[in-house]
Design a protein around this ligand. Structure first.
Ligand SMILES: NC(=O)c1ccc[n+]([C@@H]2O[C@H](COP(=O)([O-])OP(=O)(O)OC[C@H]3O[C@@H](n4cnc5c(N)ncnc54)[C@H](O)[C@@H]3O)[C@@H](O)[C@H]2O)c1
Length: 332
């Protein structure tokens, strides 16, 4: 049976906004009623594509009483102000990851949602990738890897080399710890959801910012421990070819997940014998299914009037890790 559609407004319609609009429509759970963007050409184009109203101001969009929820897909420094405004206007909010670029404003977002009794969800989509659940349930929980010693994460892309001068991503104050805030936040959320919380007091980091012209850091290496004692190393590079890896090292075996290529390898300790990694079939991720799962969870949390998963507090914890890494690098 078709579920009744929820009327939604979208702020920020291009780039990630275009992706999100397509997922909202594909889910068949939302009716996009109104849109707002400072880019008038993009706004006009999106309004035609979605058969929705193009609003000239954010206030006009929020003043539409028909609209029950808002999807915010604007640059990170705008998340807090726009989210708080939308919540105060009585709307539920799905805001892009990360929650914000500073802890104080993120706490205000969460407090406002609580006070207004509205759902606030941050779109950390990676944890919805079925491969991570598969690895946890089939390799970690079954003890196939033995005692987990360490996790190693690499997230690399060359997007930093293509940033136009003056773009928000190149300004350190707006984008602290750059690639760790924008990209690493996905994996920090997934890691903490499935494998253990990062102990903030253990975070150390090194950052370099002399590769691109912008003032934001280009490359980051972080080391820390999880609350359960597992060692973590995490590298985030914004100036190299695309490569994303999630490796778990245990006393019986290791697992290597190259998640951009959907390759999963299992390597057992053979104590003197060859230890050749073998390929393991990994659950597919058809047509961005994890992103559809995000909007479905937002819909269900609103309808059931319950805390969404991820909870906003989870998103705040991710931000705390990023800010702790930023402070650790600066204090050296
Ligand atoms: N989940 C993912 O995989 C993923 C991928 C990329 C980006 N993101 C997130 O999406 C968000 C947007 O990133 P982006 O790269 O699309 O950003 P962007 O700079 O391309 O801007 C996105 C849209 O917001 C609009 N915009 C800018 N200022 C605005 C304002 N004041 N009011 C209304 N609209 C405004 C822009 O015109 C544009 O249409 C960020 O939070 C980013 O972290 C998520």
């Amino acid at each position: 049976m078709n579920k009744p559609k929820l009327k939604i407004g979208v702020i920020g319609v291009a780039q990630m906004g275009a992706t999100r609009r397509s997922q909202l429509k594909k889910s068949e759970l939302f009716d996009i009623v109104g849109l707002y963007d400072i880019d008038k050409a993009a706004l006009k184009h999106a309004a035609k594509a979605d058969n929705a109203i193009a609003y000239n101001s954010l206030d006009d969009l929020l003043n539409n009483p028909e609209i029950e929820a808002i999807s915010i897909n604007t640059p990170i420094p705008l998340h807090a102000e726009q989210t708080i405004k939308a919540l105060k206007a009585g709307k539920h909010v799905l805001v892009e990851k990360p929650i914000s670029n500073n802890i104080e404003s993120a706490e205000k977002m969460i407090e406002t949602a609580r006070r207004e009794d509205k759902i606030l969800m941050v779109a950390h989509n990676q944890r919805f990738d079925p491969a991570f659940k598969f690895i946890k349930e089939n390799y970690v929980d079954t003890n196939k890897l033995g005692k987990i010693c360490a996790i190693r994460i690499v997230g690399a892309s060359s997007a930093g080399l293509a940033q136009p001068e003056g773009a928000w991503r190149t300004i350190a104050e707006l984008n602290p710890a750059g690639p760790l805030l924008q990209c690493g936040c996905h994996l920090i959320d997934t890691l903490m959801h499935y494998f253990g919380k990062i102990d903030l007091s253990t975070i150390q980091s090194q950052m370099r910012n002399d590769i691109t012209a912008g003032e934001v850091v280009d490359c980051i290496s972080l080391i820390a421990k999880l609350d359960n004692g597992v060692m973590l190393t995490m590298d985030e590079y914004y100036t190299t070819a695309y490569r994303h890896e999630f490796h778990i090292y245990g006393t019986k075996a290791n697992i290597y997940f190259y998640y951009h290529r959907r390759i999963l390898k299992f390597q057992e300790c053979a104590f003197g014998q060859p230890e050749t990694p073998v390929d393991v079939p990994v659950p597919p991720l058809p047509a961005n299914e994890h992103n559809i799962a995000v909007v479905t969870e937002f819909y269900n949390a609103i309808r059931e009037h319950r805390e969404p998963r991820p909870a906003p507090q989870d998103a705040l914890e991710v931000l705390r890790v990023v800010i702790a890494a930023d402070s650790a690098a600066k204090s050296r």
